[in-house]
Design a protein around this ligand. Sequence first.
Ligand code: CTP
Length: 403
Amino acid sequence: MLEGKRILLGVTGGIAAYKAVEAVSRLRKAGAEVRVIMTREATEFVTELTFREISGNPVTVDMWAPVQHWNVAHIALAEWADAVLVAPATANVLAKAALGVADDMLTTTLLAVTAPIFFAPAMNCNMFAHPAVQQNIKTLEARGTHIIAPGTGKLACGAEGPGRLAEPEEIVSALEKFFAEGAQLSGVKVLVTAAGTIEPIDPVRYIGNRSSGRMGYALAEEAVARGADVVLVSGPSALTPPAGLQEFISVETAQEMREAVLREAETSRVIVKAAAVADYHPRTVSDQKIKKGDEELSIILEKNPDILKELGQKKRPGQILVGFAAETQNLLQYAREKIEKKNLDFIVANDVTKPGAGFNTATNLVKIISRDGEIEELPMMTKKEVAKRIFDRVLPEDLKSRK
Ligand code: CTP
């Protein structure tokens, strides 16, 4: 998977810098080409010469060194890379990257990079647990940056806990896994729907639901990470659409979602409907704001089309249709009925009354139920993790084996 891949390694000033030497050796053995940028501090731990010899390429440290070739070094390196790995990543480089500070060759390059970035943090366990460091990691992750979690054990400073740089083989396998997954769905169109629809009552009011869009956005992000051409159709959400989508279609009502979804579904191989579609809309939408009166106010609701059911009726051979079922009771029974009624291949069911499950939470607690009745019950995990497990499970065999 790493054959011919161009890996730009950033080495920062931590005692674990020596392990990065072994990571370079392993990357090269796996067929990757490696170029190294060291911070000044890193050169206190390992020499430039070591990385030059082990990578077989000149090492860059200084922004202001006399030029060998006429190109702007940090831009040239940023454009060259298929992936960037910062190992070890100190608390300092994580903070700078989270803020976008560009005060040396490495941090300046990081801003110019469009390829995926991996940080392998290494530091004292109390530093790693510090809220500032954890916040910076969260900020980077939210931007799509990958974090290779440090190991737990005896640290160079004598303390024990999480903070030890991941082992070189783990670092290399994280990159391998990334490139493997990145190829899995290449050329495959995946349609994801997310968030809730809103149904207007008058110009200032609407009927909505509690869906934040987090589950659907995590699914779209995961499909992008696996190399798919992803179209995300989303109701209103405060979230930023993931980078790398083929198309982002923003809709408000169930009717608008239906139009976008039916159009895109024709060319999609996998469709995952995580959106919380309103089942009803007000029969009439007032042109003017409804003024309050002394009497009760009734709003007559009309049925919305069931988009998923329509997709099930039109399903093409080989197309995979995955629905969601948010329930408050009789979870399995209702979920199974929905598989039948809507002609689904899988349904992801959750009991939204359970803590840590359902709407507006970072985590979810779901069961993935297949058409033939198999149930995979997942423990509570982040929506990002749930998204991975869903794609591990629902892909047809020909795509599963494409690694
Ligand atoms: N769904 C849809 N169109 C609708 C309603 C739901 O496409 N008008 C989809 C949702 O995106 C989800 C699945 O159907 O994937 C199940 O949604 P849910 O609201 O749980 O089920 P309903 O079919 O609406 O049934 P009920 O509300 O009775 O539970």
